[in-house]
Design a protein around this ligand. Structure first.
Ligand SMILES: *[C@@H]1O[C@H](CO)[C@@H](O)[C@H](O)[C@H]1NC(C)=O
Ligand SMILES: *[C@@H]1O[C@H](CO)[C@@H](O)[C@H](O)[C@H]1NC(C)=O
Ligand SMILES: *[C@@H]1O[C@H](CO)[C@@H](O)[C@H](O)[C@H]1NC(C)=O
Ligand SMILES: *[C@@H]1O[C@H](CO)[C@@H](O)[C@H](O)[C@H]1NC(C)=O
Ligand SMILES: *[C@@H]1O[C@H](CO)[C@@H](O)[C@H](O)[C@H]1NC(C)=O
Ligand SMILES: *[C@@H]1O[C@H](CO)[C@@H](O)[C@H](O)[C@H]1NC(C)=O
Ligand SMILES: *[C@@H]1O[C@H](CO)[C@@H](O)[C@H](O)[C@H]1NC(C)=O
Ligand SMILES: *[C@@H]1O[C@H](CO)[C@@H](O)[C@H](O)[C@H]1NC(C)=O
Ligand SMILES: *[C@@H]1O[C@H](CO)[C@@H](O)[C@H](O)[C@H]1NC(C)=O
Ligand SMILES: *[C@@H]1O[C@H](CO)[C@@H](O)[C@H](O)[C@H]1NC(C)=O
Ligand SMILES: *[C@@H]1O[C@H](CO)[C@@H](O)[C@H](O)[C@H]1NC(C)=O
Ligand SMILES: *[C@@H]1O[C@H](CO)[C@@H](O)[C@H](O)[C@H]1NC(C)=O
Length: 725
């Protein structure tokens, strides 16, 4: 007795769950969205200013299909009403009028139309009808004019982003909005116009976590209250040049602020010592004010602070000698202040600023400096003589420096890392000896000759990419001949983007510690040495865009290989089955060769394979369907386009994509090389492939039968599908 009732309850639950998890769009909402779509056009130009990639998702919304399956649309699981729309970077153009059917979607909770072009129109006042809206994001969407007072009806807002457009707040609207929206956690109003309001009338909700009020024309004095908001982590008040007076002394014992940006205002006087009560700070930017006095040493000992920007103030005095205690500062920018006392500075990194002019000579004469990075600035001129003999790491890349490299660089006996950059002349004839240099980056220097590395006995990383090196890859590069060979431990060799010719000698395998070998974008010919395939150290092998020919080695062993890119060569013959040994393989790109084989179904044993590109070869036959096992569970890019495959569309390979959204039937093709994903027309450089990026390209084959049905594909978060022939 007792348990019988559990059974039907449990089954009801399952049934309920099953039948509603794929609910259909409410017909009213379906129609409203189609009308909304029809009221706009697609023009990707505006979106592409700020977006890595434009996703014209709205183009895929089709009459006759279920709107809950459309990309960018989220529905209530039971009622099928639309609750969220995300058309960020959607390439939309046009106006949303007050009579737009968008506003009949009364269940809307989250609306994101950021980075579209609403053509200088006003935000329509019916926006206030979305009373259940919790998230509204209209950032950089080319709205203009006064913000409608109805915005204050949105009392449930948790995040509001209207940044980066010429929108104007009336003081009354602003105040009512703050009064009503008591749950606001994120408020981003960058570069809207709030000049009608003074600092004093900012009665901000204590629930705020992010507050971005940069460049909004705020006036008055900064109050203690705003810095002490109990939950605030991010505060940006930069570029409000009518904010003036002294920085307030904190009257809270601690504050939750992680990021405080108040650069480009008109603050005067000292940095209050009480700022050291901001113990969670990681970034403090007080640059471009008129602060004077000395830098409180307590500021430099804030435990998490790693970016401190104080440049362009009138600070003076000695820098507290606390730097040697830690290496944690990523950015420390004290430029243009009257500061001395760097004598103990061990680390100076001004990376990634916009610093220009010539490099001040004091940077190169700090007696205790171990690490100096000035990369990614706009420095011009010559490198002055270097008298910081203790330097171990010197990174000057990505500037606009010119001329010969100062010979004094060769006196840096302890140098272990040297990274230089474009348009500097590196005289390889100079008699130098870097006995400790481990990493040498001489990319983009216009080198025509290989530097003489016998003087660099312990080199581990050598980057000579993007030069004008020609001829063969010299043997001595990987097989040093003299007394140093015992120490020579090359782990990474990058000679990409040069003019190298000839074959790859198997002597390259003498570099037995080699982990990364990049010889892409040269003019190399001949075959790929077998020993590279069987190497037990190599984990990245990139030989793409050369003229390599012959068959692929079939000696791949189970060791380290994680990425193999042989794209765009002249390789022929069959696919090497031994690739199925490479259990760690993540990226396999054999596209644009002349490989002749059937589909490599044996690859499905590879658990981590993310990218499989076999496009533009001579592969043929039907694709084996396997019902029993899960094939390629990690795959996110599957490109077998432009081959001779036939038979039914290999649905199995798509079914295994684990995720949520689809962008279905996009008609452009996508192919992959390590750094770029190129769609027809646009090339998108990805530093890393985003984890939510999925691409399937089956175009240019002879598949027969039906396009796999949308329901099945619903499982996948597929961003790009190309099925067109
Ligand atoms: C959708 O398709 C139906 C039937 O084909 C048609 O009657 C209706 O007008 C279409 N709706 C829109 C908004 O195009
Ligand atoms: C919606 O409003 C716009 C401008 O206010 C007008 O041109 C258009 O005809 C209206 N559309 C409908 C369907 O009423
Ligand atoms: C708004 O939310 C409330 C409370 O959750 C709910 O009762 C009401 O039906 C919602 N209104 C709409 C139009 O969805
Ligand atoms: C505050 O929000 C409620 C609910 O949306 C609304 O009825 C009221 O008019 C709003 N008050 C103001 C001042 O906008
Ligand atoms: C608004 O959307 C843009 C684009 O997706 C995004 O970068 C931004 O962080 C969003 N704003 C908020 C407050 O989430
Ligand atoms: C504010 O605007 C600037 C653009 O000038 C942007 O870099 C920043 O990320 C924006 N957002 C926030 C939250 O500050
Ligand atoms: C500030 O807001 C709080 C809560 O929203 C309210 O109780 C208080 O009266 C407001 N103060 C001023 C000066 O408007
Ligand atoms: C930090 O806050 C506490 C509590 O208000 C205060 O006593 C102390 O003086 C503050 N520290 C500084 C350096 O002002
Ligand atoms: C800082 O500047 C103010 C005037 O703006 C001046 O009165 C004060 O003496 C200066 N303090 C220091 C330490 O230079
Ligand atoms: C440095 O940049 C600033 C701001 O962009 C500019 O005003 C200044 O002229 C530049 N100085 C040099 C030496 O290029
Ligand atoms: C180089 O490093 C050694 C110890 O690693 C040290 O004794 C020597 O002083 C350093 N040379 C210079 C010029 O700093
Ligand atoms: C590879 O190309 C070279 C010329 O670059 C040619 O001599 C050789 O025969 C080719 N080898 C094969 C296997 O096609």
């Amino acid at each position: 007795m007792g348990m019988w009732w559990l059974f039907p309850v449990c089954c009801n639950f399952l049934l309920f769950h099953f039948s509603f998890s794929h609910s259909f769009c409410h017909p009213h909402d379906n129609l409203a969205l189609l009308h909304f779509k029809a009221s706009l056009t697609i023009n990707t130009m505006y979106s592409s200013y700020h977006c890595h990639q434009v996703y014209p998702t709205i183009a895929t919304w089709e009459n006759g299909t279920d709107c809950c399956s459309w990309s960018g649309v989220t529905c209530h699981p039971i009622s099928g009403h639309v609750t969220a729309i995300d058309l960020t970077c959607g390439g939309l153009q046009g106006q949303i009028n007050a009579n737009s059917t968008l506003f009949s979607l009364s269940h809307m909770q989250s609306l994101n139309l950021a980075f579209n072009d609403f053509s200088n129109s006003q935000i329509p006042s019916p926006i206030g009808e979305f009373v259940n809206l919790t998230h509204l994001n209209l950032s950089f969407s080319n709205f203009q004019g006064e913000i409608p007072p109805q915005i204050s009806h949105l009392s449930k807002l948790q995040s509001l982003d209207l940044s980066l457009q010429q929108l104007k707040w009336k003081e009354g609207t602003w105040k009512k909005m703050l009064q009503n929206a008591t749950e606001l956690r994120v408020l981003v109003l960058n570069y809207t116009d709030l000049s009608s309001t003074s600092m004093r009338s900012l009665n901000l909700s204590s629930s705020l976590i992010t507050l971005s009020l940069g460049g909004i024309g705020l006036k008055g004095k900064l109050t203690n209250a705003i810095l002490c908001l109990p939950n605030l982590q991010y505060l940006d008040l930069s570029g409000n040049f009518e904010l003036h007076g002294q920085l307030p002394s904190l009257r809270c014992s601690s504050a939750s602020l992680n990021v405080l940006q108040i650069s480009g205002c008109a603050f005067q006087g000292p940095i209050p010592p009480s700022f050291s009560n901001l113990t969670s700070l990681t970034l403090l930017d007080l640059s471009y004010n008129s602060l004077n006095g000395s830098i409180p040493s307590s500021l430099l000992t804030l435990p998490r602070l790693n970016v401190l920007l104080l440049c362009y103030n009138h600070l003076s005095g000695q820098i507290p000698n606390v730097f040697h205690q830690s290496n944690r500062f990523e950015k420390l920018d004290l430029n243009c202040n009257n500061i001395q006392g760097f004598s103990n500075l061990a680390l100076l990194s001004l990376t990634d600023n916009m610093l220009n002019g010539t490099i001040p000579s004091w940077c190169f004469s700090l007696p205790s400096l171990l690490y100096l990075s000035l990369s990614n600035n706009q420095f011009t001129g010559h490198i002055p003589a270097i008298s910081s003999y203790s330097l171990q790491d010197l990174v000057l890349s990505d500037n606009k420096l010119q001329g010969n490299i100062s010979e004094s660089i060769f006196n840096l006996v302890n140098l272990t890392y040297l990274s230089l950059q474009l348009s500097l002349k590196f005289e390889s004839s100079v008699n130098y000896s870097f006995s400790r240099l481990k990493k040498l980056d001489l990319s983009s220097l216009g080198l025509t000759e290989f530097p003489k590395l016998s003087k660099v006995p312990v080199l581990e990383i050598l980057i000579l990419s993007n030069n004008k090196l020609n001829g063969k890859v010299p043997n001595w590069l990987t097989t040093p001949v003299d007394q140093f060979s015992r120490n020579y431990q090359l782990r990474k060799l990058d000679l990409s983007y040069n003019l190298l010719t000839g074959g790859i000698s198997s002597s390259i395998c003498n570099a037995s510690s080699l982990e990364i070998l990049v010889l892409s974008n040269n003019k190399l010919t001949g075959t790929i040495p077998q020993c590279l395939a069987s190497s037990s150290s190599l984990f990245i092998l990139n030989l793409e865009m050369n003229r390599l020919n012959g068959t692929l080695p079939n000696t791949f062993s189970k060791y380290s290989l994680q990425s193999l890119n042989l794209n765009d060569n002249r390789l022929e013959g069959p696919l090497p089955q031994s690739l199925s040994n490479c259990m760690r393989l993540k990226i396999l790109n054999l596209g644009n060769n002349q490989i002749e084989d059937t589909f490599p179904h044996w690859l499905r044993t590879l658990p981590f394979l993310k990218v499989l590109v076999l496009r533009a070869n001579k592969l043929h036959g039907p694709i084996v369907i396997f019902k029993t096992e899960h094939g390629l569970p990690s795959l996110i890019i599957f490109d077998i386009s432009s081959n001779n495959f036939s038979g039914p569309i290999p649905e199995d390979y798509m079914q295994n994509f684990e995720a949520i959204r689809i962008l279905f039937k996009m008609s452009f093709a996508v192919y992959y090389s390590p750094m770029t994903v190129t769609t027809k027309g646009t090339s998108v450089p990805f530093k890393k492939i985003p984890t939510n990026f999925l691409s399937i390209d089956l175009s240019g084959n002879k598949f027969e039968g039906e396009i796999p049905n949308a329901k099945m594909m619903l499982k996948g978060q597929i961003k790009v599908v190309a099925l067109q022939g």
